[in-house]
Design a protein around this ligand. Structure first.
Ligand SMILES: [Zn+2]
Ligand SMILES: [Zn+2]
Length: 221
């Protein structure tokens, strides 16, 4: 039963993310990471296990610790940061290189969410029970109307999931091939003497380099 509820929530979250103009998994991860950091700062600062994990990780990674400055709970950030500074000070004194023993807790959570969603999409699709079948058909139409995964998340799908439905592969191959065609056209028409043809491109095609950069790096950390 809890499995069903969990999937239901995933479905709603995915549906919402697919409506945005971005990789749906990046959208989900960014929102969840935000909530995760928020929850950590407000609930877990006094939690000794969490504080130990955070200290062993040397705090969040450079990307996620940037988010700390936008939170209003300065006391929580100070309490957590004090532990890390203490470790840094002692390694400065010993002139010993300092290396965290654990990974950034938000990055650990990000990987967990990635795996959860990549498996969810495929499971919802391959399950043949009638109710699930309806859900999977719906999921497919929602997903194929979205921008689809960014390159890092599509690569992760290929890496982590064994039986990927054909429609999901075709959808992404088509997406990346089209992006390649549009990028080649952009490069071609950027050459000297082709300004008129370049101006005739749609606004979207004139800015394809931005879309390419976003798709190659993904929009979350
Ligand atoms: Zn992504
Ligand atoms: Zn991180």
């Amino acid at each position: 039963m809890p499995q069903m509820i969990e999937k239901h929530i995933n479905f709603i979250e995915l549906e919402k993310a697919c409506a945005e103009q971005d990789c749906p998994l990046c959208v989900i991860i960014s929102a969840r990471a935000e909530r995760f950091i928020d929850g950590m700062l407000f609930e877990h600062v006094s939690d000794r296990v969490f504080r130990r994990e955070y200290r062993l990780a040397g705090g969040f990674c450079a990307f996620h610790s940037r988010k700390l400055e936008t939170f209003h709970d300065g006391l929580a950030v100070a309490i957590l940061g004090k532990d890390i500074l203490e470790d840094r000070l002692s390694s400065f004194k010993k002139r010993k290189p300092w290396k965290p023993k654990e990974e950034c807790p938000v990055c650990v959570e990000r990987k967990r969410i990635e795996k959860e969603y990549l498996t969810f999409i495929v499971q919802a699709d391959t399950n043949n029970k009638e109710v699930k079948f309806r859900a999977s058909t719906e999921l497919r139409s929602i997903f194929t109307a979205s921008e689809g995964f960014c390159a890092p998340h599509y690569a992760k799908l290929l890496e982590t999931v064994k039986h990927i439905p054909q429609w999901l592969i075709e959808f992404h191959e088509n997406k990346f091939n089209k992006l390649m065609e549009r990028t080649s056209r952009f490069v071609e028409l950027s050459a000297y003497g082709r300004q008129e043809e370049f101006i005739a491109l749609s606004k979207k095609d004139q800015l394809v380099w931005k879309e390419l950069a976003r798709n190659l790096r993904g929009d979350c950390e």
